[in-house]
Design a protein around this ligand. Structure first.
Ligand SMILES: Cc1ncc(C[n+]2csc(CCOP(=O)(O)OP(=O)(O)O)c2C)c(N)n1
Ligand SMILES: [Mg+2]
Length: 335
């Protein structure tokens, strides 16, 4: 797929995430909302190499990949709005979206997309020779036992599987490197998988790396592990306190710090050292969140815009906005 084609898919995915965000902020979607804003280059770059008969297993940020794959946008939005017209009659919400026809499935259980993907790959090898499966998950999932077991089985059974780690450096409010031994890529290599490490904000680089890995899987040459570093543009979930603090240090930031400091001063449980450390830790997290939030060069869509040129980008973004706008109206989400 050419640069414009990849950009078009990224723009569609971003427009869908933005529309979901707007509906959530209006109070129309209940519960937590994890968006994949910032993961569009990974979604577009990997899906570009998929064909009918391939399968994808997704995590709690499934919508960019599902949008690029071609799942009905109005049906997904209606699902999130809890309507009978949703693709799962309004009962699944955003973390359990799936498509039987497109062989796509998601789950909010961190790490579970890996064994799910391995199951898809195993079934695909038997039922649809030449097909592949892709599992998408975050860096936090790399420490889940079932994911590590999957790395092992995928290599031992030479499954036609691509494991894609969308590494945003965070697991909710924990910096993933603070709870991770060694390097995730080296870990996957240790199990015998082919590995590749790419800038997940560079759609061309993702597309190229994924194409190689998927080709190998199709040809029976076994599984691969692709680590793509991505930004987390909307925080862990919409309304994330760290993002609010980052965007408004004098308002939400001061309030959050004040709340944690007074809790640390007044709480009876825990030693003084622990309580002081929790305030220092919060300050560190707020500093990192602010730095990431300010750094707009990290926005993959912004970067892709300069690759295709402003004129083409504007046209494709306008088309994407119109398409998603129609889906919002069809879902009954428009005012
Ligand atoms: C098995 C399991 N443990 C904990 C959680 C709670 N939880 C939801 S998202 C998340 C962080 C996951 O981090 P990562 O895999 O890096 O994904 P990210 O949110 O950063 O995209 C956790 C711990 C969960 N959903 N499932
Ligand atoms: Mg993460």
């Amino acid at each position: 797929m050419d640069a414009a084609g990849l950009f078009r898919q990224m723009a569609r995915a971003r427009a869908f995430e933005d529309a979901t965000s707007a509906l959530w902020r209006e109070g129309r979607i209940s519960g937590e909302m994890h968006l994949g804003t910032g993961e569009e280059a990974v979604a577009a770059g990997v899906v570009a190499s998929l064909r009918p008969g391939d399968a994808v297993a997704l995590d709690h940020r499934p919508t960019p990949v599902l949008t690029v794959l071609g799942v009905d946008l109005a049906g997904m939005l209606a699902e999130m709005l809890g309507m009978e017209s949703g693709i799962h009659r309004g009962r699944a919400g955003h973390m359990h979206l799936m498509s039987r026809t497109l062989l796509a499935s998601s789950s909010g259980i961190v790490g579970s997309s890996a064994p799910l993907g391995a199951g898809f790959a195993l079934a695909g090898r038997a039922l649809r020779p030449g097909s592949v499966a892709v599992a998408f998950f975050g860096d936090g999932a790399m420490n889940q036992g079932m994911l590590l077991e999957t790395l092992n089985l995928a290599a031992a059974w030479s499954l036609p599987l691509l494991l894609v780690c969308k590494d945003n450096g965070w697991s909710i409010t924990t910096r993933t490197d603070a709870v991770t031994g060694g390097d995730p890529v080296a870990r996957a290599r240790g199990f015998g998988l082919e590995t590749v490490d790419v800038d997940g904000g560079d759609v061309g680089a993702v597309a190229e790396a994924a194409a190689d890995a998927i080709d190998r899987a199709r040809n029976g040459e076994g599984p691969s592990f692709l680590r793509a570093r991505v930004p987390r543009l909307d925080g862990h979930f919409l309304g994330d306190a760290l993002v609010r603090a980052a965007r408004s240090p004098a308002g939400d930031g001061r309030q959050l710090l004040g709340d944690v400091t007074s809790a640390a001063l007044s709480r009876t449980g825990g030693g003084l050292g622990d309580r002081a450390r929790s305030v220092v830790r919060l300050l560190d997290l707020m500093r990192r969140a602010r730095r990431e939030d300010r750094d707009t060069r990290h926005d993959p869509l912004e970067r892709a815009r300069s690759t295709v040129g402003q004129e083409v980008a504007s046209r494709l973004e306008a088309e994407a906005l119109a398409e998603v706008g129609r889906a919002v109206a069809a879902a009954g989400g428009a005012h």
